[in-house]
Design a protein around this ligand. Sequence first.
Ligand SMILES: [Zn+2]
Ligand SMILES: [Zn+2]
Length: 263
Amino acid sequence: MIIQQDLHLHTHLSLCASPDSSVAKFATAATELGLTAIGISNHYREAGIPGGDPFYEIQNFDHISSEFAEIAAQNTPQLRILRGAEVEYSPEIGDAALSPEHASKLDYVLFTNSHTHLTMPKAYYDDRRKHAHFMLNAYLDMLNGQVADKITAVAHPFAAVCCPYDRDSLLPLISDHEYMQCFRQSAEHDIALEINTDLWSGYKTLPELWNSEMMRIFKLARRCGCRFTFGSDAHRSSSCSSIRVGYLVAAMLELSEQDIKRI
Ligand SMILES: [Zn+2]
Ligand SMILES: [Zn+2]
């Protein structure tokens, strides 16, 4: 198994990315890493859905598609550059915040159930079970939603972003049965789980990585027949190199070619 694609990159169009983060810089970094495809997945929330964090006010289709000409210009047979999005969950509509019309204009779609810092009522932080179940419900809503068949992968599944306490402490609060309900349906829809190499780089030692709750739920996903993608979640080109950590995780999960979803 070889990692050929990094499907999770943010250019300056994501408000949280480095201002000089660009398609051209990612193309250079990816070529140095020997990748054959990269995906630009800026933050996304469909315009017109009520509510939502102010962060998402401009992260809509007009905004992210303003870069599509640049992506096309940089695209080569040696390094394909794909038009994607990291799509938010909307509790207001109980679904991924992406219209079928705009989904059809993307090469691939990442969905996230774990941007709880932006989507979850703040009071839920005090009740970790509520916090964990918010992510579970977001995942299930997406699976039953109107663009489920357009979702390529779930970005950093169940890894609560910007969590004020250990985010892995949330993982045992969801039962194996509930995880498997998500993962079996993911396998049926061929919705992959992303091996987010920024997240996995956070485990300091190999035993810590191997024994982590996150590894445990990825093993469950593997048993349910899910496939996997790789993404560095780089917000600047110098961060792309974390993709190498993907080999470590893939080895621990004993992944082979057929377990990898490629675009
Ligand atoms: Zn994310
Ligand atoms: Zn991201």
